[in-house]
Each structure stands twice: as structure tokens, then as C-alpha cells.
Design a protein around this ligand. Structure first.
Ligand SMILES: Cc1cc2nc3c(=O)[nH]c(=O)nc-3n(C[C@H](O)[C@H](O)[C@H](O)COP(=O)(O)OP(=O)(O)OC[C@H]3O[C@@H](n4cnc5c(N)ncnc54)[C@H](O)[C@@H]3O)c2cc1C
Length: 492
């Protein structure tokens, strides 16, 4: 199938243009198209290839959001903050329940552990209370099944708990979900938006946004290989959902910094087979949340949290970050003695954290409309977990300006059915432009231990037949896939 030239969009007119096909942009396009708005979703690369493919892949329970970073004794003196945290945690738990209900094929359920030690910042009774409160805030729709066990009892039940270094006061055990494949959440959401009437154009970079007679004119530049061109499209409103790049979209800025980037690194290792499928939530010695996430036969550990100002395109995993993560793992599990040689690969991303008055505010999802530039919205602060919540906020802000057109879309988004004989059709139907799009974000191969390398040659032939590539293009795509995999997933 041949991709239409970008110029086919030139002069097109929409109600809303959504910039960025990450989790938030895809869900926003779905909400808007479902409510009857003529919607264009664009990304300078592939669907779900930005931050949404660099996360820790976890559908958090809300406990971390309840936990304030100031000393416990200050809590009664900050009632407004506590109420904000409770409301936010309730939203988080609603989103958790919604994803468990509507995307069951995209999630896997796991047993997680929370170690208690003497001198912890949060005493066991408070953590017990926190877990119960978090469950109650959601009306027990997706229970966490939290229990606090004595160290020996926990060790008898689980090899991971048995391997924890002492002295332990107890171990909390609860159920958490991981996204089986976050990139596919984005792709399936975008395809559902398309079914509801949205137009999708990937590899189209927004290079300008200018006001025009009360509307907005958006300039798009072609970024797909072997293609060129430009299009100018018009819309009543623009939703800037470019994640950590929000302040870098040309013409989309306001001079005010809307996101603070928090870099996070995760490290994939093979832990003992008896740990398979089990995870850990703890605090590092720096006092930062620290996790061991189960991932198929492996585990990954992290993330770090570092504020960054450079372009998220330029950030890479540093050796010191890998060493820090391994040192913390060895502190928690002294017998593991992990070294760099145990690391399969690692990756990093930048969280688009909202700002308020120039300061980082980690809690709310913000949908802000600049008073000087009416109709230009920016959405910040959403996790993958909250992407539907963020999208509903976007849709309400659009309705406020353009009026209500139709009901909000509901319902299950189907998990992908990928049979080998259908890969060619999938490549043609699902906006695949590059081989890496097919391997990493349409098929599950890209998250295999070999990161999809072993099937790359075979899949390149299928893509070639389906997308009418020449053999020279196929070779280029293979080279690009190898280089891009090495860029995204560092091997120490
Ligand atoms: C280390 C780490 C761990 C995390 N762990 C979790 C977790 O466990 N669970 C969870 O729910 N969340 C987690 N998050 C948060 C989550 O990954 C992000 O908040 C979320 O993916 C942001 O989605 P987004 O759609 O806003 O941004 P993105 O996914 O980054 O999408 C923005 C898109 O905008 C596009 N774009 C940028 N500029 C332009 C332009 N000029 N023209 C066109 N397109 C453009 C980009 O190509 C990109 O695809 C984690 C984040 C990090 C960094």
C-alpha cells in the first residue's frame, strides 16, 4: 500500500488538531472524535514512540500519591494538601479500575512486596491505613488484596521476600498490574480514534502554529524516509500533547515553562527464576521510590529521578545511573550481587511534569489554555495510567469553547490479534512507516529479551511486500532498526 503524500492534507480544515500521538494525544483524539469533533492527530514520529514507550510499564495503585515528602508531623497542618492528595488518589484508582475493566488484554497482574524496616519514614500502621484508604477511595472495585505478613511468613510464601536483606519488621503483600505492552495501548487507542472518525498522520512534525482569523494554522513537515513535503492545516483549536517536548513545539510556546522534565532510568536484569512474576516496592537509601518490576522471565529495576533541562531527544542512560540502581538492588537483596554483566539492557525517558507558577507540581493533570492564545491548549502531568482522565479533561475544555456535539465514547478497546499471516495487512492498515514501528509498536517482538533483533530480517521482508519497499529501502530500514534499538536500549 502506498502512503498518501502529506500534501493531500494541505488546506484541510478541522475542529481540533492534536499534536503528539503518545498515550495522552491518542486518548484525546479518541475522546474528541468520539464526541463528534473533526480531529487530526499528528506525530513527528510513530504512534507511542515517545515517553509512552520509556516508562516503568506499571499501573500504580495510588499509595505513592498519598505519601507526602514532608515530615509526618506536618500533615495535620497541611489539610489542603492532604485533601488534594486524597482527591488525586481517588482519580488514580478510578483510572486503574477503568483500565482493568476496558483493557484487560493489555495488562498482567502480579504480586508485589513492600518491606518494613526499623526507622522507615512511614510506620507499618500508617502504610496499612494507606492501602486500606486507597482501596476504599475506589469503592473496592479492583482490590489490592493487601496483607501485612511477619518476615518468616512472607519468606515461606515467596522466594523474593525470602531474599530480602534484614532486619525486617514485616512485609506487605499486594496485587499490582503491569502494562503488557504500553506502546500497543497507544496504537489501539489511536486506531479506535480513527474508527470514530479521526484522521491520523504520523511522521508529520509540527513546525509552526500561527493564529489566523480566530482559527489556528498548523504547518506540518514530512519526516518519513523517501518522502518530502509540507502541509498547512487549519483548526478551531489545537491541543499540544507533545509530552516533555511541549515547550519545544515551534509556535506552541507561550514563553512560560509548562513542563519540568524528570529523567528516569530502568535497568533490565535476570533475577532468580523463583522471583518470576513478583515485584517489589520500596524506598532507595536516597528516599526515592524504588521498584523491582516483573517482566516476563526477567525483572527491571528503577527508576531514577533527576530533573533535566536538555532536549529529551538527547538524554541517554549514564553508567553512574546503572551503578546506582544495581547498588540499591544489592542493598535490598544482598545475596544477588548484581554487576553490570547482569544487565540485559536499560532505557530512559523524561516525565512531562506540570508546573504551577514556575514550580514543579507533581500531582494534577493540567489542561491549560493561555489567555493570550485562546484555543491553544496544552496538556501536562499525565501518566499512561491517567491518559483517559487527561483526555476527558481535554475534551471538556474543547467543549467549553466549541460547544457539545455528542456523548463521550465508552467501552472496551480490543487487544491486538496478531497472527503471522496477518502481519502484512497489519503493516498496511496500522500506519506502519518504518520497520521499527512494526517490530516495536505493532508486534510484541520489540519487547522480547532480544528486543526483536532475531525476527527483524523476516519481518523486513513482510513489510517490504506490504508497503512496496525496494530492497535498498528494506536494507536501510534494517540498519535504522539496529541503530535505533541501540540508541533507545543501552547495553553496558
Ligand atoms: C522513567 C519513567 C517511568 C514511568 N513510569 C510510568 C509507569 O510505570 N506508569 C505510568 O502510567 N506512567 C509512567 N511514566 C509516565 C509516562 O510514561 C508519561 O507520563 C506518559 O507516557 C506521557 O505521555 P504523553 O502522551 O504525554 O507523552 P509522549 O508519549 O512523550 O508523547 C508525546 C509525543 O509528541 C510528539 N511530538 C513532540 N514534538 C512534536 C512536534 N513538534 N510535532 C509532532 N509531534 C511531536 C513526540 O514524538 C511524542 O510521540 C513514566 C515515565 C518515565 C520517564
Amino acid at each position: 500500500m502506498t502512503r498518501p503524500p502529506l500534501s493531500s492534507l494541505d488546506g484541510a480544515d478541522y475542529d481540533v488538531i492534536v499534536i503528539g500521538a503518545g498515550a495522552v494525544g491518542c486518548a484525546s483524539a479518541r475522546q474528541l472524535a468520539g464526541r463528534g469533533f473533526r480531529t487530526l492527530l499528528v506525530d513527528r514520529g510513530d504512534i507511542g514512540a515517545g515517553t509512552s514507550s520509556r516508562s516503568s510499564r506499571m499501573l500504580y495503585s495510588g499509595l505513592g500519591y498519598l505519601a507526602a515528602r514532608y515530615p509526618l508531623w506536618q500533615m495535620p497542618f497541611r489539610p489542603a494538601d492532604m485533601i488534594r492528595r486524597l482527591l488525586y488518589t481517588r482519580d488514580v484508582m478510578h483510572c486503574r479500575a477503568e483500565l482493568v475493566r476496558d483493557m484487560p488484554g493489555h495488562l498482567t497482574k502480579h504480586r508485589f512486596h513492600y518491606p518494613f524496616r526499623k526507622g522507615d519514614r512511614y510506620p507499618p500502621w500508617l502504610v496499612d491505613l494507606g492501602f486500606r484508604l486507597v482501596e476504599a477511595l475506589d469503592g473496592w472495585r479492583v482490590p489490592l488484596a493487601y496483607r501485612r505478613l511477619a518476615p518468616q511468613q512472607a519468606a515461606d510464601e515467596s522466594a523474593l521476600a525470602a531474599a530480602l536483606g534484614g532486619p525486617l519488621r514485616g512485609v506487605g503483600v499486594f496485587e499490582e498490574y503491569m502494562y503488557a505492552w504500553p506502546e500497543r495501548i497507544c496504537v489501539d487507542t489511536a486506531l479506535d480514534a480513527e474508527r470514530r472518525g479521526a484522521t491520523i498522520r504520523t511522521y508529520a512534525e509540527v513546525t509552526g502554529i500561527a493564529g489566523e482569523g480566530g482559527d489556528w494554522q498548523v504547518t506540518l513537515d514530512e519526516r518519513a524516509p523517501e518522502a518530502q513535503g509540507q502541509a498547512r492545516v487549519r483548526a478551531r483549536m489545537v491541543v499540544n500533547a507533545a509530552g516533555p517536548w511541549i515547550d519545544r513545539v515551534p509556535g506552541g510556546g507561550t514563553g512560560r515553562r509548562r513542563v519540568i522534565g524528570i529523567k528516569g532510568v530502568n535497568v533490565m536484569v535476570r533475577l532468580p527464576q523463583a522471583f518470576r512474576g513478583q515485584g517489589l516496592e520500596a524506598f532507595s537509601r536516597k528516599g526515592e521510590p524504588y521498584y523491582v518490576f516483573p517482566w516476563r522471565d526477567f525483572h527491571f529495576i528503577g527508576p531514577t529521578e533527576t530533573e533535566v533541562t536538555e532536549n529529551p531527544d538527547d538524554i541517554r542512560v549514564e553508567q553512574a545511573e546503572i551503578d546506582y540502581i544495581l547498588a540499591e538492588a544489592n542493598h535490598l537483596f544482598p545475596d544477588l550481587r548484581l554487576t553490570r554483566a547482569d544487565v540485559q539492557h536499560c532505557w530512559c525517558g523524561v516525565r512531562p511534569t506540570s508546573t504551577r507558577d514556575g514550580q514543579m507540581t507533581s500531582l494534577p493533570v493540567e489542561v491549560a489554555e493561555d489567555t493570550d492564545r485562546p484555543g491553544l491548549l496544552a496538556v501536562t502531568g499525565s501518566t499512561i495510567m491517567l491518559h483517559r482522565h487527561a483526555a476527558r479533561k481535554v475534551a471538556r475544555a474543547v467543549e467549553k469553547r466549541l460547544g457539545r456535539r455528542g456523548p463521550a465514547p465508552e467501552g472496551v478497546i480490543p487487544a491486538p490479534q496478531t497472527h503471522d499471516e496477518g502481519i502484512g495487512q497489519m503493516a498496511a492498515r496500522e500506519h506502519v512507516v518504518r520497520l521499527a514501528d512494526l517490530i516495536r509498536r505493532r508486534l510484541p517482538d520489540g519487547l522480547d529479551p532480544d528486543l526483536g533483533r532475531s525476527r527483524a530480517e523476516e519481518l523486513s521482508h513482510i513489510a517490504t511486500a506490504s508497503l512496496n519497499w525496494t530492497d535498498a529501502r528494506r536494507q536501510d530500514e534494517l540498519r535504522h532498526f539496529v541503530e535505533d534499538t541501540a540508541r533507545v536500549y543501552r547495553q553496558p
